[in-house]
Design a protein around this ligand. Structure first.
Ligand SMILES: NC(=O)c1ccc[n+]([C@@H]2O[C@H](COP(=O)([O-])OP(=O)(O)OC[C@H]3O[C@@H](n4cnc5c(N)ncnc54)[C@H](OP(=O)(O)O)[C@@H]3O)[C@@H](O)[C@H]2O)c1
Length: 253
């Protein structure tokens, strides 16, 4: 019987989630990532983890459909047993998400529902349904955004959902305290990924504007965020719960 910890990272096929998966694997954890539309990229992450001597698996779920969470958990439990001889996880990172610039006056109910389902409803119910399968003493991390603390044009739906997750996190931290499970928010500033049609990578002016907002004078890269997740999945963060940690290179100070 091995005693490795197991981390589940949603949206681990690309961007921040991929880097988190690789870092957590390097720190000695077993990894399960989820993906939605990128099976090949997810498989590549799994293979990269195998190449460094780690163990990993990838499972598909579309978080636009919260009703698919129950079937996902069945598949997760079967995978944990098969791959790792275990039936619980230790760490949950609710990371999956998408961006879009939707001016408030043009936002539709369909836009609202899509963002609500992925960024809030699925985070809420995935966490709730996973609770019996998370070890006491574990750690849950919600990925929010700096857009909950300052306004970005076209982000009213997105940021409202992230803001709700931040409040949810405090309630959850209180609820799960007796089980020794820490629950925290990591709020990245702008990071150069595929997010919102690679808005930062594809728009040099926008990238420069955002870089100028940060104390460090640049936008973030995925590995600027991943190390904080590894910290929150380690005993070094054992006394931190219910907190929002901005990881932004000092944006808008
Ligand atoms: N990049 C930034 O500037 C930034 C800043 C603050 C916060 N964030 C937050 O950080 C998180 C990760 O963003 P990122 O920059 O890494 O984005 P990304 O590079 O676009 O990656 C998004 C990830 O989420 C998954 N995903 C997207 N829609 C999904 C859905 N409907 N169901 C299930 N999975 C889905 C994708 O899976 P597939 O590839 O398989 O479709 C992919 O793994 C998001 O929550 C985002 O809001 C990002």
């Amino acid at each position: 019987m091995h005693n490795k910890k197991i981390a589940l990272i949603t949206g681990g096929s690309r961007g921040l989630g991929k880097e988190m998966a690789l870092e957590l694997a390097k720190a000695g954890n077993d990894i399960v990532i989820t993906y939605n539309s990128s099976p090949d990229l997810a498989q590549d992450v799994v293979e990269q983890i195998h190449a460094i001597g780690g163990r990993a698996a990838a499972i598909q779920i579309n978080l636009e459909l919260p009703q698919s969470i129950a079937a996902f958990i069945e598949e997760l439990l079967a995978t944990l047993q098969e791959r790792f001889g275990n039936n619980r996880i230790d760490f949950l990172v609710n990371n999956a998400g998408m961006g879009a610039t939707i001016p408030f006056e043009k936002a539709t109910e369909a836009d609202f529902d899509r963002f609500m389902n992925v960024h809030l409803k699925s985070v809420f119910f995935l966490t709730q349904q996973l609770l019996p399968h998370i070890h006491d003493g574990g750690s849950i991390i919600q990925i929010s955004s700096s857009t909950t603390s300052f306004c970005v044009y076209g982000y009213s739906i997105y940021a409202s959902m992230k803001g709700a997750v931040e409040v949810f996190t405090r309630y959850l931290a209180k609820d799960l305290g007796p089980r020794g499970i820490r629950v925290n928010v990591v709020a990245p500033g702008p990071v150069e990924t595929d997010f919102n049609n690679a808005a930062i990578r594809n728009n040099p002016d926008r990238k420069q504007l955002m870089a100028n907002m940060a104390a460090f004078g640049r936008v973030g890269q995925a590995d600027d965020i991943a190390g904080v997740i590894t910290f929150l999945c380690s005993p070094n963060s054992k006394w931190i719960t219910g907190q929002r940690i901005a990881v932004s290179g000092g944006i808008n100070l």
